[in-house]
Design a protein around this ligand. Structure first.
Ligand SMILES: CC(C)(COP(=O)(O)OP(=O)(O)OC[C@H]1O[C@@H](n2cnc3c(N)ncnc32)[C@H](O)[C@@H]1OP(=O)(O)O)[C@@H](O)C(=O)NCCC(=O)NCCS
Length: 167
């Protein structure tokens, strides 16, 4: 078991590019052989990002675009299976909801479809190839915001346990 309890924090490309790049490079470029130029596609500056930390170490990341597309969800290998990936997705879903979006979209790698199904996403299309990997489009309706939610405010600095990360 790793020493620290992970936490999820909101991040921006302008302030956290290096940390975001470090996880995505390790997972997508090195582990999955995705070409660097496909992973870093130029739309990161307009996305809302999330980072998962264990102590001061960045162990996961993900992003949501302004239209509700979630993507680039990645957890370093040694940190998988602890609920961090789910916590990242729920954090990004919260951010989208607070921006008034009612649907979340993503293109899931086939190997991750079951992970997203457990988070309430359903398949909406046929298989297609992206970066040499089979993908499938998925969608999830967002729940209503609680009446006292502060619309437009990102859920910064929440504990990962709020999203079900196991200690
Ligand atoms: C997919 C990924 C983000 C999951 O992160 P994680 O932190 O291991 O996920 P969690 O621990 O939150 O898993 C939540 C649940 O999904 C399941 N799950 C996780 N990854 C899964 C997978 N690839 N296939 C099937 N089930 C999976 C877990 O077993 C867990 O189930 P449980 O709640 O019944 O115990 C991580 O494996 C990863 O970074 N993979 C490489 C990059 C990638 O493929 N990203 C997705 C791009 S579309």
């Amino acid at each position: 078991m790793n020493e620290y309890r992970p936490t999820i924090k909101a991040a921006t490309w302008s302030e956290n590019e290096r940390a975001i790049r470090s996880v995505r490079h390790a997972v997508f470029v090195v582990e999955q052989s995705v070409p660097e130029e496909l992973d870093f596609d130029g739309i990161d500056p307009s996305c809302c990002h999330a980072l998962a930390f264990s102590g001061s170490k960045v162990v996961g990341t993900g992003r949501v675009q302004t239209d509700g597309h979630i993507g680039r969800v990645a957890v370093l290998k040694a940190w998988r299976g602890q609920g961090i990936g789910s916590a990242l997705v729920e954090f990004l879903a919260d951010a989208a909801k607070r921006k008034g979006l009612s649907r979340l979209y993503l293109n899931a790698q086939v190997s991750a479809v079951e992970f997203y199904e457990k988070l309430g996403f359903r398949r909406t299309g046929d298989l297609f190839m992206e970066a040499g990997i089979e993908h499938i489009a998925m969608v999830r309706e967002t729940e209503q915001l609680p009446a006292d939610a502060e619309a437009g405010v990102l859920p910064c600095e929440r504990k990962a346990t709020d999203y079900g990360v196991r200690e």
